[in-house]
Write a protein of this length. Sequence first.
Length: 141
Amino acid sequence: MNNQQKPYDNIPGTTVFDGDMARIGFHLNQFCMSLMQESNRVAFKQNERAYLDQWPMTEAQKTAVLERNFSQLIALGGNIYYLVKISSTDGLSVAAAVSTMTDLSVDEYIDMMRRGGRSPEGNRFTDQGENKPSEESLWQK
């Protein structure tokens, strides 16, 4: 993984899915995509641990899948668009899965989203001073 400080590393509560995270989560996300096939969903639900052990994921990734810890899965390289395959396999809606990453119930989460989503207050760069990255630097290599 690239150990250089990235201009978007200081957004509270935010994991940016970039190339480094894609590499970290490659096998995790491939596992999630496998759940698009019914036979794989059945095999996973019959013995989740055995199915996960077929994938070269880290133990932390496997544990987070078993615990359905979506916040941890994102921190371990999971892309939310792939991770919802897990919740779908469990018969849960996307809202139900995403609400587990908040302190809101599913109904409260849906209501918040209908009202325009969460406030950006407190969810911006922690460095608001002269070291705050410029908009252009966020998209440059």
